[in-house]
Design a protein around this ligand. Structure first.
Ligand code: ADP
Ligand code: MG
Length: 218
């Protein structure tokens, strides 16, 4: 697969639209175990990204600079706990695609592995804590071996997404150990984690976008 800087900007644009569509749903999830703002915080961050894509990044063709600027913009715009988490993911991913205008399958795997590792290191949450890491960790753990075996990005990402989805859904049964919802203790059981949900949506949006918008190179 060939994924260009234009594709990367196009992907972020699709995320912006997706977050607007899912804003109420993400807030509703956060109302059950948090303060009800997850959809709003994500929307604020991605709308700031929208402005930067149309302005500073309009002619940028370095995937590293694009993802770095998107991460920094998100960080500056968002006050809640997801600000530094997603921003670190975007900035760590950026480092793996520095000075690249066209990304191949290996670059895309490196990007997403660094992204999820960045979130993990920043938040210090692990699988089972009822956070976005319940989506990202099973995703990363299955993406790498599948790609090492097949060397094909789309089927490997697709495969890893099944594990990400199971991880997201598993948060319903978990007691929160991190972030605002951990204050609820046992009362957090029965509700899906909003951050695990937005993390899954961001990943699934990437797969759908990569499948439909980038040039397939055999
Ligand atoms: P806040 O909790 O500040 O209101 P949001 O509502 O925007 O922020 O985001 C809440 C989400 O952040 C949670 O659902 C959880 O997935 C994620 N989260 C919180 N703390 C951590 C952490 N330490 N590591 C990973 N994810 C976290
Ligand atoms: Mg919240």
């Amino acid at each position: 697969m060939e994924f260009t800087a234009t594709d990367l900007k196009g992907y972020f644009k699709v995320v912006i639209d997706m977050i607007e569509e899912q804003k109420d749903y993400l807030c509703e999830l956060d109302r059950k175990i948090g303060d009800g703002d997850h959809g709003v915080t994500m929307s604020i961050g991605w709308q700031a990204v929208n402005d930067i894509l149309d302005d500073d990044l309009k002619d940028e063709d370095d995937c590293g600079k694009i993802s770095m600027k998107v991460g920094k913009t998100f960080l500056n715009a968002v006050g809640s706990s997801v600000g530094p988490l997603y921003a670190t993911g975007l900035m760590r991913g950026a480092k793996t695609v520095k000075k690249k205008t066209i990304l191949n399958d290996q670059d895309l795997v490196n990007y997403w592995l660094a992204f999820t590792q960045g979130v993990k290191e920043r938040g210090q949450a692990k699988k089972g804590d009822k956070t976005m890491m319940d989506t990202f960790e099973p995703f990363a753990e299955t993406l790498k071996p599948k790609f090492d075996e097949t060397h094909e990005f789309v089927p490997s990402f697709d495969h890893a997404l099944n594990f990400a989805k199971n991880g997201m859904e598993s948060t319903k049964e978990l007691v929160s150990q991190k972030g605002r919802s951990s204050r609820l203790g046992e009362r957090s059981v029965g509700f899906q984690d909003p951050g695990a949900t937005s993390a899954y949506l961001i990943l699934v949006t990437f797969l759908n976008y990569a499948k439909s918008n980038s040039a397939q190179v055999s």
